[in-house]
Design a protein around this ligand. Structure first.
Ligand SMILES: *Cc1c(COP(=O)(O)O)cnc(C)c1O
Length: 857
């Protein structure tokens, strides 16, 4: 039978238990184990059955049960204590309040992302990008950073993965009811749900409501188009994360970017909170946010498009997350014209001004394409990659936007990702830290530099328990998976015996795009089998990962892996676990001794799962890519040598796989099984303790968020304030300057350069006096910087390790001609060279390359 009408009956909590409501809806419980304990203790078996979901647990309680609990004095006083603790957490000043006591920090930051991975109870993520966004919000909350998250609410999340009998990935899309989730709808003062309206082509209209999740101190606003008044297509717009392509994706991104800004305005109006000064666009999906803000400035403040663009760029930060071209959203220019043309979607923003922002109008770009990352870079004055290596790769990848500059000067910096330790570190490890390092520090996710205080045998004992916990979880999951695959309980006795809590455990789990090379370990199956079955030094492997539903190549890789692991001769040493998610990850990282990562370098922008393993006393075994390239130090794990430069991909895989087997057999397993008289692997554990104490402090998301605040958000806020002051005077001035510079630079020239002061055999410290004679056309000497750029010169006169010195204006002659002068001290021995160049100069520019204009001698 089907119901003709459905109501959602909310649990009414008796007064003494009322604080449980906030404790369940504020997602801080997801990283606060004592709050989780409180819910678990209501009914431990139900807690397990409901997958550790506080909202579901409360909803499951009958009136009688609630009544009984409300008379349990011990429990009621724990509830009060937990509520007080949450209140203190939300109110007490933290790092940001101190750092920004003088007001230098932004009043508020809006953080836009297509996905957010906060907890498995709110499955709104597909992988690393979402988990990172979740960790960013949680750490911002811990640090007191005033941030608001903006995303979409996907009714079926990403998807849920299972396996067919043959090991083929099956997707299902369980529908999430927001009423069952830790969400509340944002309402107008009169109680009606707040609504965002976006005009679409052909007179259609897209409406959306706003769900709010509370992540500690941080509100996360999620837009949902499944509302009355929308046509079916509009209702379905937010049905899945990364589901549709083409128009569907474009409209999702319009809702995220344009609708997201409108949601923020509603939020500020209803809460009286400050409008954000900084807008952080986490990957290109939300890029349209910049256009909506331009539209606001044009229609509400009467700015011209270019003035508004300068005002918007100042306060925008763009983070690029992938060097894989398929990871970047590209639309057809005609598609963008169809959806954003006319006055409808973005009043005051003509589509002719939008299209050039996303155009790939550079060497190697495609005509007629609108590239969201390119627009992201053009709409943000500050941009970054997510590890040092990825910063470098991104500067090379996007150098077409700054064609006359060396890659090193491309204005994309890097901030290396981090992870939220209270979410990812197993409580047993936390408890050890609290005992030997100090309770408060470890609870706040810090203090790992003193991890070496923990006695080795205790840490080893905890690692054994964590392996045991993982083994139990794997047995359970493999059994469930085989039931789904059609096996009967009677044939599944073997699953009680798989894996061994004393065997070296290697983990590999991540999404399954090709570059991550899930099956590299299968290059030589016989060799892998020997490693697994080695009688003295066996290895066991736990593997997980989802392929994108449209990616049959990825699904084939999963199938190969599954079929390999299905072999009865080795299935006690290797397991593929379906449906990788946060809950699985929280068991997997702590339970592994070694975390394996073998991407094709340099396509892993950062990678964060290895960081989570390290914080749990795991050692990394990885290709030198992403964060590992930066922080591998020879003692915190192993680097799999890369066959960089080998063109044939098969041969490259062979070489790298061979190196991997060799490392596992002769180094990793050898060390793990090398025991002293007490049975302790002393050398292994010294690597573990070294990893925790040296990597621990670096891999934290609190470190990452502080870096964002000090290096990007605060300068962006300052620039945005300066640019909007006095009715946007600086924005207008910069727009006028930019226009003048663009027009005039073709008439700028270095006419002649003289140098004095060095004879035939110059020495270090000798000073060269440089005189540059330049023509500036319509520009004045104050509008430009004339620089000497010097460095090591190669045989072909290429400069490297360059430094630059600004020359001063000495005299004007012949109207638009000028002499600039200055001195360079020769800094080093060897081949030295210099050149002279002319750059735009304006106080509003954040980098000399920003306008892409330069004239070299
Ligand atoms: C950390 C994490 C990821 C990201 O891992 P990478 O190493 O960046 O690929 C993906 N999924 C889940 C569930 C995670 O916890």
């Amino acid at each position: 039978m089907k119901a003709i009408r459905r109501f959602h009956v909310r649990t009414v909590l008796p007064e003494p238990l009322a604080p449980l409501g906030d404790l369940a809806t504020n997602l801080r419980w997801s990283w606060h184990s004592r709050t989780r304990d409180l819910f678990r203790d209501i009914d431990p078996s139900r807690w397990e059955a409901l997958a550790h979901d506080p909202v579901a647990l409360l909803a499951s309680l009958s009136t009688d049960e609630l009544e009984r609990l409300s008379h349990d004095e011990g429990f009621v006083s724990r509830v009060r204590e937990a509520a007080d603790g949450l209140h203190r957490y939300l109110e007490s000043p933290q790092w940001f309040q101190e750092w920004s006591a003088d007001g230098r920090g932004p009043s508020s930051i809006a953080y836009f992302s297509a996905e957010f991975g906060i907890t498995s109870v709110l499955p709104q993520y597909s992988g690393g990008l979402g988990i990172l966004a979740g960790d960013h919000l949680k750490s911002a909350s811990d640090l007191g950073v005033p941030i608001v998250g903006i995303g979409l609410f996907y009714k079926t999340g990403y998807f849920s993965q299972s396996l067919s009998r043959e090991g083929w990935q099956q997707e299902t899309y369980p529908v999430l009811d927001p009423d069952d989730l830790p969400l509340s709808v944002v309402r107008e003062a009169d109680g009606t749900p707040a609504q965002i309206v976006l005009p679409l082509p052909e007179g259609r209209v897209l409406r959306a409501h706003i769900w709010k999740a509370q992540v500690g101190r941080v509100p996360l606003l999620l837009l949902d188009s499944d509302v009355d008044g929308n046509d079916d297509a509009a209702r379905d717009l937010t049905n899945r994360l990364y589901g549709g392509g083409g128009d569907h994706r474009l409209q999702q991104e319009m809702l995220l970017g344009i609708g997201g800004v409108r949601a923020l305005r509603i939020w500020s109006r209803l809460t009286g909170g400050p409008e954000p000064e900084v807008y952080h666009c986490n990957e290109g999906h939300a890029g349209f946010l910049g256009l909506e803000r331009i539209s606001e400035l044009v229609t509400q403040h009467g700015l011209g498009f270019d003035d508004a663009l300068e005002a918007v760029r100042a306060g925008t930060v763009f983070t690029t997350h992938t060097p894989v071209p398929a990871g970047i959203d590209r639309f057809g220019a005609d598609q963008v014209r169809r959806f954003l043309g006319g006055e409808g979607a973005l009043p005051g923003v003509p589509v002719e001004r939008i299209l050039p922002l996303g155009a790939e109008d550079y060497d190697g770009g495609a005509a007629g394409i609108f590239n969201m990352a390119v627009m992201g870079l053009r709409l943000a004055q500050r941009a970054n990659g997510v590890s040092q290596l990825h910063g470098e790769v991104s500067r090379g990848m996007f150098d077409g936007l700054w064609p006359r500059f060396d890659d090193a000067e491309v204005p994309i910096t890097s901030i290396t990702n981090g992870v939220h330790s209270p979410t990812w570190v197993d409580r047993r490890v936390v408890e050890l830290g609290q005992r030997y390092v100090g309770g408060e520090r470890i609870r706040h996710g810090e203090g790992w530099e003193d991890a070496t205080n923990v006695p080795v045998h205790e840490m080893w004992g905890v690692k054994r328990e964590l392996r045991e916990q993982l083994v139990a979880d794997v047995r359970h999951r493999v059994r469930e998976s085989w039931v789904t695959r059609g096996a009967s309980a009677a044939e599944l006795g073997w699953t009680d015996e798989i894996l061994d809590p004393d065997v070296l455990t290697i983990g590999f789990a991540r999404r399954v795009p090709t570059y991550k090379r899930l099956t590299l370990m299968l290059r030589d199956p016989a060799r892998l089998r020997r490693l697994l079955l080695n009688p003295d030094r066996p290895v066991q492997l736990v593997i997980a990962g989802k392929a994108h539903p449209a990616d049959d190549t990825g699904k084939k890789l999963i199938q190969q892996m599954v079929q390999f692991a299905d072999d009865p001769k080795i299935r006690h040493r290797i397991a593929f676990l379906p449906n990788y998610d946060i809950a699985m990850a929280q068991q997997l990282y702590p339970g592994c001794d070694v975390w394996l990562n073998n991407p094709l370098r340099p396509f892993e922008a950062c990678g964060t799962s290895g960081m989570k393993a390290a914080l749990n006393g795991g050692l990394n075994l990885s290709i030198l890519d992403g964060w590992w390239d930066e922080w591998f130090d020879g003692q915190n794990g192993w680097a799999i040598p890369t066959a960089d430069g080998v063109e044939d991909p098969d041969r490259r895989d062979d070489l790298e796989a061979a190196a991997l087997y060799e490392l596992i057999e002769n180094h990793v397993a050898a060390l793990f099984y090398d025991r002293d008289d007490q049975g302790l692997p002393q050398r292994w554990m010294s690597m573990v303790m070294h990893t925790m104490s040296t990597l621990g402090p670096k891999v934290l998301a609190t470190r990452m968020v502080r870096d964002y605040v000090t290096q990007l958000y605060a300068p962006a806020a300052e620039a945005a304030r300066a640019r909007s002051a006095d009715d946007f005077a600086e924005a207008r001035a910069l727009a006028a300057y930019t226009e003048l510079a663009r027009r005039s630079f073709s008439h700028v020239n270095v006419d002649h350069v003289d140098s004095e002061g060095v004879g035939d055999s110059p020495q270090v410290g000798d000073r060269v006096r440089v005189k540059a004679y330049v023509s500036l056309g319509d520009l004045s000497p104050d509008d430009v910087e004339v620089q000497v750029v010097h460095g090591r010169a190669s045989r072909t006169d290429e400069l490297s390790e360059v430094q630059s010195i600004a020359l001063s204006h000495a005299e004007a002659y012949d109207g638009s001609r000028h002499r600039f002068e200055g001195e360079v001290a020769i800094p080093r021995t060897g081949a030295f060279g210099y050149t002279v160049r002319i750059l735009p100069k304006h106080p509003g520019l954040a980098s000399p390359a920003e306008l892409g204009l330069v004239v070299n001698a």
